[in-house]
Ligand binder design. Structure first.
Ligand code: SAM
Length: 246
Protein backbone atom coordinates (compact mmCIF):
# COMPACT_ATOMS: atom_id res chain seq x y z
CA UNK A 1 0.00 0.00 0.00
CA UNK A 2 1.10 3.59 -0.52
CA UNK A 3 0.08 4.49 3.04
CA UNK A 4 2.85 4.48 5.58
CA UNK A 5 2.20 2.80 8.91
CA UNK A 6 1.87 6.20 10.55
CA UNK A 7 -1.01 7.25 8.26
CA UNK A 8 -2.96 4.08 8.92
CA UNK A 9 -2.51 4.48 12.65
CA UNK A 10 -3.77 8.07 12.46
CA UNK A 11 -6.84 7.03 10.49
CA UNK A 12 -7.55 4.33 13.07
CA UNK A 13 -7.30 6.94 15.76
CA UNK A 14 -9.90 9.16 14.08
CA UNK A 15 -12.24 6.17 13.62
CA UNK A 16 -11.96 5.28 17.29
CA UNK A 17 -12.69 8.89 18.27
CA UNK A 18 -15.68 9.00 15.92
CA UNK A 19 -17.09 5.82 17.49
CA UNK A 20 -16.88 7.32 20.96
CA UNK A 21 -18.87 10.40 20.03
CA UNK A 22 -21.43 8.56 17.91
CA UNK A 23 -22.21 6.34 20.87
CA UNK A 24 -22.47 9.20 23.33
CA UNK A 25 -23.94 12.18 21.40
CA UNK A 26 -27.32 12.29 23.15
CA UNK A 27 -25.87 11.73 26.61
CA UNK A 28 -22.77 13.78 26.04
CA UNK A 29 -23.53 16.61 28.48
CA UNK A 30 -24.54 14.17 31.22
CA UNK A 31 -21.23 12.38 30.70
CA UNK A 32 -19.34 15.64 31.07
CA UNK A 33 -21.03 16.42 34.36
CA UNK A 34 -20.46 12.91 35.71
CA UNK A 35 -16.84 12.66 34.67
CA UNK A 36 -15.74 16.13 35.73
CA UNK A 37 -17.98 16.38 38.78
CA UNK A 38 -19.52 19.45 37.13
CA UNK A 39 -16.12 21.17 36.92
CA UNK A 40 -16.25 21.41 33.12
CA UNK A 41 -18.76 24.23 33.59
CA UNK A 42 -16.25 26.31 35.57
CA UNK A 43 -13.46 25.59 33.07
CA UNK A 44 -15.66 26.60 30.15
CA UNK A 45 -16.63 29.79 31.97
CA UNK A 46 -12.95 30.72 32.26
CA UNK A 47 -12.63 30.23 28.50
CA UNK A 48 -15.64 32.48 27.80
CA UNK A 49 -14.40 35.18 30.20
CA UNK A 50 -11.01 35.11 28.46
CA UNK A 51 -12.66 35.21 25.03
CA UNK A 52 -14.62 38.25 26.23
CA UNK A 53 -16.92 38.59 23.20
CA UNK A 54 -18.25 42.14 22.63
CA UNK A 55 -21.50 42.91 24.42
CA UNK A 56 -22.42 45.46 21.76
CA UNK A 57 -23.99 45.06 18.32
CA UNK A 58 -20.50 45.03 16.80
CA UNK A 59 -20.15 42.02 14.50
CA UNK A 60 -18.04 39.20 15.96
CA UNK A 61 -17.66 35.80 14.32
CA UNK A 62 -16.53 32.88 16.47
CA UNK A 63 -15.40 29.57 15.02
CA UNK A 64 -15.86 26.81 17.62
CA UNK A 65 -13.97 23.78 16.31
CA UNK A 66 -14.71 20.29 17.66
CA UNK A 67 -17.66 22.20 19.07
CA UNK A 68 -19.79 19.06 19.41
CA UNK A 69 -23.24 19.86 20.77
CA UNK A 70 -22.41 23.59 20.90
CA UNK A 71 -21.81 24.15 24.60
CA UNK A 72 -19.00 26.70 24.17
CA UNK A 73 -20.87 28.60 21.46
CA UNK A 74 -24.07 28.80 23.52
CA UNK A 75 -22.13 30.08 26.52
CA UNK A 76 -20.37 32.67 24.36
CA UNK A 77 -23.67 33.75 22.76
CA UNK A 78 -25.17 34.27 26.22
CA UNK A 79 -22.23 36.46 27.24
CA UNK A 80 -22.18 38.44 23.97
CA UNK A 81 -24.24 41.12 22.27
CA UNK A 82 -26.49 40.98 19.22
CA UNK A 83 -23.58 41.24 16.73
CA UNK A 84 -22.23 37.88 17.83
CA UNK A 85 -22.45 34.74 15.76
CA UNK A 86 -20.82 31.35 16.15
CA UNK A 87 -20.08 28.50 13.77
CA UNK A 88 -19.81 25.13 15.45
CA UNK A 89 -17.63 22.87 13.33
CA UNK A 90 -17.34 19.18 14.19
CA UNK A 91 -16.45 15.98 12.39
CA UNK A 92 -19.40 14.12 13.94
CA UNK A 93 -22.89 14.63 12.50
CA UNK A 94 -24.64 13.11 15.54
CA UNK A 95 -23.10 15.66 17.89
CA UNK A 96 -24.06 18.45 15.47
CA UNK A 97 -27.68 17.22 15.25
CA UNK A 98 -28.05 17.32 19.02
CA UNK A 99 -26.55 20.83 18.96
CA UNK A 100 -28.91 22.06 16.23
CA UNK A 101 -31.98 20.93 18.17
CA UNK A 102 -30.60 22.58 21.25
CA UNK A 103 -30.01 25.87 19.40
CA UNK A 104 -33.65 25.93 18.30
CA UNK A 105 -34.90 25.10 21.81
CA UNK A 106 -32.79 27.96 23.23
CA UNK A 107 -33.81 30.41 20.50
CA UNK A 108 -30.18 30.78 19.50
CA UNK A 109 -30.44 29.24 16.02
CA UNK A 110 -30.15 32.68 14.37
CA UNK A 111 -26.77 33.18 16.10
CA UNK A 112 -25.28 29.68 16.26
CA UNK A 113 -24.91 27.45 13.19
CA UNK A 114 -23.52 23.94 12.79
CA UNK A 115 -21.23 22.73 10.00
CA UNK A 116 -19.59 19.36 9.54
CA UNK A 117 -15.84 19.57 9.04
CA UNK A 118 -12.43 18.30 10.05
CA UNK A 119 -10.16 20.45 12.23
CA UNK A 120 -7.25 19.36 10.03
CA UNK A 121 -8.85 20.78 6.86
CA UNK A 122 -11.42 23.42 7.76
CA UNK A 123 -14.09 24.16 5.13
CA UNK A 124 -13.71 27.94 5.59
CA UNK A 125 -11.86 30.70 3.74
CA UNK A 126 -8.66 32.39 4.99
CA UNK A 127 -8.92 35.22 7.53
CA UNK A 128 -12.65 34.91 8.12
CA UNK A 129 -13.08 34.68 11.92
CA UNK A 130 -12.61 37.00 14.91
CA UNK A 131 -11.83 34.13 17.28
CA UNK A 132 -11.20 30.38 17.25
CA UNK A 133 -12.06 28.15 20.20
CA UNK A 134 -11.46 24.46 20.66
CA UNK A 135 -12.54 22.88 23.95
CA UNK A 136 -11.63 19.29 24.80
CA UNK A 137 -11.23 18.65 21.10
CA UNK A 138 -7.63 19.05 19.97
CA UNK A 139 -6.49 15.99 21.91
CA UNK A 140 -8.71 13.91 19.62
CA UNK A 141 -7.29 15.30 16.39
CA UNK A 142 -4.67 12.95 14.89
CA UNK A 143 -2.45 15.67 13.41
CA UNK A 144 -2.46 18.52 15.91
CA UNK A 145 0.09 20.54 13.93
CA UNK A 146 -2.27 20.60 10.92
CA UNK A 147 -5.20 21.70 13.10
CA UNK A 148 -3.13 24.55 14.55
CA UNK A 149 -2.07 25.70 11.07
CA UNK A 150 -5.70 25.66 9.97
CA UNK A 151 -6.69 27.72 13.02
CA UNK A 152 -4.09 30.29 12.06
CA UNK A 153 -5.23 30.33 8.44
CA UNK A 154 -8.93 31.03 9.11
CA UNK A 155 -8.35 33.72 11.76
CA UNK A 156 -8.33 37.40 10.85
CA UNK A 157 -5.17 39.32 11.73
CA UNK A 158 -5.48 40.64 15.30
CA UNK A 159 -7.74 37.81 16.44
CA UNK A 160 -7.36 35.15 19.07
CA UNK A 161 -6.92 31.39 19.36
CA UNK A 162 -8.08 29.71 22.59
CA UNK A 163 -7.74 26.05 23.45
CA UNK A 164 -9.14 24.35 26.55
CA UNK A 165 -7.78 20.86 27.07
CA UNK A 166 -6.92 18.29 29.72
CA UNK A 167 -3.38 18.79 30.85
CA UNK A 168 -0.81 17.52 33.32
CA UNK A 169 -1.68 17.50 37.01
CA UNK A 170 1.19 19.22 38.80
CA UNK A 171 0.08 18.91 42.43
CA UNK A 172 1.61 15.69 43.90
CA UNK A 173 -1.32 14.62 46.14
CA UNK A 174 -3.84 15.42 43.46
CA UNK A 175 -1.90 13.46 40.83
CA UNK A 176 -2.49 10.19 42.73
CA UNK A 177 -6.20 10.77 43.20
CA UNK A 178 -6.50 11.86 39.59
CA UNK A 179 -4.78 8.69 38.33
CA UNK A 180 -7.11 6.51 40.38
CA UNK A 181 -10.13 8.42 39.21
CA UNK A 182 -9.26 8.46 35.54
CA UNK A 183 -8.11 4.86 35.17
CA UNK A 184 -10.86 3.29 37.31
CA UNK A 185 -13.82 5.59 37.70
CA UNK A 186 -14.06 7.14 34.22
CA UNK A 187 -14.21 3.87 32.24
CA UNK A 188 -16.79 2.60 34.75
CA UNK A 189 -18.98 5.68 34.29
CA UNK A 190 -18.57 5.19 30.55
CA UNK A 191 -19.72 1.59 30.86
CA UNK A 192 -22.71 2.52 33.04
CA UNK A 193 -23.97 5.33 30.79
CA UNK A 194 -23.03 4.12 27.30
CA UNK A 195 -22.23 0.42 27.78
CA UNK A 196 -18.79 1.09 26.38
CA UNK A 197 -15.86 1.20 28.83
CA UNK A 198 -13.17 0.64 26.21
CA UNK A 199 -13.75 3.93 24.41
CA UNK A 200 -13.42 5.77 27.68
CA UNK A 201 -10.25 3.90 28.46
CA UNK A 202 -8.98 5.27 25.16
CA UNK A 203 -9.97 8.82 26.12
CA UNK A 204 -8.11 8.54 29.42
CA UNK A 205 -5.02 7.31 27.60
CA UNK A 206 -5.25 10.15 25.11
CA UNK A 207 -5.10 12.60 28.03
CA UNK A 208 -1.87 10.94 29.21
CA UNK A 209 -0.32 11.21 25.77
CA UNK A 210 -1.20 14.85 25.20
CA UNK A 211 1.87 17.13 25.28
CA UNK A 212 2.76 19.02 28.47
CA UNK A 213 1.50 22.63 28.51
CA UNK A 214 4.91 24.18 27.74
CA UNK A 215 5.39 21.80 24.80
CA UNK A 216 1.89 22.49 23.51
CA UNK A 217 2.55 26.26 23.78
CA UNK A 218 5.60 25.72 21.58
CA UNK A 219 3.48 23.89 18.99
CA UNK A 220 1.07 26.85 18.94
CA UNK A 221 4.03 29.18 18.33
CA UNK A 222 5.26 26.88 15.54
CA UNK A 223 1.90 27.28 13.79
CA UNK A 224 2.58 31.02 13.60
CA UNK A 225 0.80 32.40 16.67
CA UNK A 226 2.27 35.21 18.75
CA UNK A 227 2.12 36.11 22.46
CA UNK A 228 1.35 32.50 23.32
CA UNK A 229 0.51 31.86 26.96
CA UNK A 230 -1.39 29.39 29.09
CA UNK A 231 -3.20 29.18 32.38
CA UNK A 232 -3.46 25.98 34.47
CA UNK A 233 -6.86 25.30 36.00
CA UNK A 234 -7.73 23.00 38.93
CA UNK A 235 -4.14 22.04 39.69
CA UNK A 236 -3.35 21.31 36.04
CA UNK A 237 -6.26 18.97 35.30
CA UNK A 238 -7.02 21.41 32.51
CA UNK A 239 -5.05 24.15 30.72
CA UNK A 240 -6.29 27.13 28.73
CA UNK A 241 -3.84 28.08 25.97
CA UNK A 242 -4.03 31.39 24.16
CA UNK A 243 -2.32 32.78 21.08
CA UNK A 244 -2.78 35.73 18.75
CA UNK A 245 -2.72 35.85 15.00
CA UNK A 246 -0.91 39.06 14.14
N1 SAM B 1 -16.25 21.41 22.52
C1 SAM B 1 -17.36 20.61 23.00
C2 SAM B 1 -17.49 20.73 24.48
O1 SAM B 1 -16.54 21.18 25.12
O2 SAM B 1 -18.55 20.39 25.02
C3 SAM B 1 -17.24 19.15 22.56
C4 SAM B 1 -15.98 18.44 22.99
S1 SAM B 1 -15.98 16.69 22.67
C5 SAM B 1 -15.08 16.10 24.06
C6 SAM B 1 -14.84 16.47 21.37
C7 SAM B 1 -15.40 16.67 19.99
O3 SAM B 1 -14.32 16.63 19.05
C8 SAM B 1 -16.39 15.62 19.52
O4 SAM B 1 -17.62 16.22 19.22
C9 SAM B 1 -15.73 15.01 18.27
O5 SAM B 1 -16.63 14.63 17.27
C10 SAM B 1 -14.85 16.15 17.82
N2 SAM B 1 -13.75 15.80 16.92
C11 SAM B 1 -12.92 14.72 17.01
N3 SAM B 1 -12.04 14.73 16.01
C12 SAM B 1 -12.29 15.84 15.26
C13 SAM B 1 -11.71 16.40 14.08
N4 SAM B 1 -10.67 15.83 13.48
N5 SAM B 1 -12.24 17.55 13.59
C14 SAM B 1 -13.29 18.14 14.19
N6 SAM B 1 -13.89 17.66 15.30
C15 SAM B 1 -13.39 16.53 15.83
Amino acid sequence: THFGFKDVALDDKQTLVNDVFHSVASRYDLMNDLMSGGLHRAWKNVMITTLNPPRSDAPFALLDVAGGTGDISFRAAKAAGAGFNATVCDINSDMLSVGRERAIARHLDHQVSFIEGNAEALPFPDKSYDAYTIAFGIRNVPRIDLALKEAHRVLKPGSRFLCLEFSTVDVPGLAKIYDLFSFNVIPQIGRAVTGDAESYQYLVESIRKFPKPTVFAEMIRDAGFARVSYQSLSGGIVALHSGWRL
